[in-house]
Every structure is written in C-alpha cells, then in structure tokens.
Design a protein around this ligand. Structure first.
Ligand code: URA
Length: 222
C-alpha cells in the first residue's frame, strides 16, 4: 500500500485496505474466492471482533459472519444492545479456505498486514477474539479451553488493548453447553468495555495518557 493510511480519515483508510484485499494475490486462497471478505463496521469502533476465516456464505456475499455462526453472533450482540454497525467485525484470513478447512500458517502470515492495519486505523479499546486462530495472534501460548472469557490487557504495536478471547460461535453452535458459555461471557463485554474506558487495567501514568488523549479528542469535536 503506497498511501500513508494513518494520514487518511479512518473510514477512507479502511476502504483502501478493502480494495487492496480485493486484489490481493499474496496466497493461494485468492484463486478460489468468489468475494474477499475484508470486514465491516465502524471505523470509530471501540470494539473489534476477529473471527477465523470466511465460510461459504461470507464468500458468496463478501460480508463477515453472515451465515449460521453470524446469526449467533448477531443474537449475542442484540442481547447486550450493541449494534453490528457500531463495532467492527473481521477475520484473521480474508478469503475462504477450501471446504472451510483451518487457515494454514502461511495464509495467516500473508493476510496479517491487512488485519494489523485495520487495528492500527481503528485503534479499538477492546478486541474480542472468536476462536483459537485470532486468539493466537495476541495470546500465542494459551489454550482457549483454559482462558475463554478472561480479560487480557496488553500492549500491541504501540496500542493499549484489552483482549477478551471467546469461543468461536461455530463451536458454540455445536454444543448446548458451549453456546451458553459463549452467551454468558459475551454478556460481560459491556462491563469490561466500561472498565477499559476508565483505564481500569492501566497504570496511573498510562491512565493520564488515556485521559489526555480523550481530552484532545473532545477538543477536536468542539
Ligand atoms: N466464521 C468465521 O470465523 N468468520 C466468518 O466470517 C464466518 C464464519
């Protein structure tokens, strides 16, 4: 990408990324795609949801989480009164793997710059990983069965992020117990977001920086 994405308004920068995803040939998944699925939602989102890879429906429409797993995600969002358009929803890999197989390490690496740019542009407070592939991006040495629903404040490429790993909605659809765990943990996200906004997980020094950043954003709005 030749333009300086961070100098563009965030919405435009996300469009530039989507256009680059659409013409990407960095891995062999591009050969089998109907549509690429760059992700969608608000460029000002406080929360970014990251799944694994597009499935059949997503590939047909170019929209993330628009099949069965997406309906569970929509229900979970509705339960907490969050609008799909107010968050950002994307995947680790932006093209559908054949027969919905797991994305390969080289495909994840090839697609990584797009996701990294999306996060750097949106600068969310919270990232909710859906399933083990997106979790591994931030928490490489853990098992989802041991950490799901927990809160991980961390630094990532100069950003302070609160990462919450959740089960993938497709896994939740395969088991009544996991479905309830998924919905119960999802219901805690608004509380975590409020704490993140208050800088709960930050040191005093970092809190001041967050407050200053908030003040300068407010000034820009006046
Ligand atoms: N599963 C995912 O991980 N992502 C989608 O977009 C759809 C299903």
């Amino acid at each position: 990408m030749k333009v300086d994405l961070l100098k563009l308004p965030p919405g435009e920068a996300l469009e530039v990324i989507a256009k680059n995803v659409a013409k990407c040939r960095r891995c062999s998944l591009s050969a089998g795609r109907t549509h690429s699925v760059p992700g969608e939602g608000s460029a000002q989102a406080e929360v970014v949801f990251i799944g694994e890879a597009p499935g059949f429906n997503e590939d047909q429409r170019g929209v993330p989480f628009c099949g069965r797993a997406g309906r569970l995600l929509d229900q979970a969002l509705e339960n907490i009164s969050w609008k799909r358009q107010s968050v950002f929803i994307t995947n680790v890999v932006k093209c559908r793997p054949p027969n919905n197989r797991d994305p390969l390490p080289e495909e994840i690496v090839a697609c990584q710059p797009f996701l990294n740019w999306q996060i750097k542009i949106i600068k969310p407070l919270m990232i909710v990983t859906l399933g083990r592939f997106s979790m591994a991006k931030f928490l490489p040495h853990v098992k989802i069965s041991q950490v799901h629903g927990q809160v991980y404040p961390l630094r990532w490429q100069g950003l302070r992020l609160v990462v919450v790993p959740l089960y993938h909605p497709a896994a939740a659809l395969r088991s009544g117990r996991l479905r309830q765990v998924f919905l119960d943990e999802f219901a805690k996200l608004p509380g975590y977001l409020n704490l993140a906004k208050k800088g709960f997980w930050f040191s005093e020094e970092e809190k001041e920086m967050v407050e200053e950043a908030g003040a300068s954003q407010q000034l820009k709005l006046i």
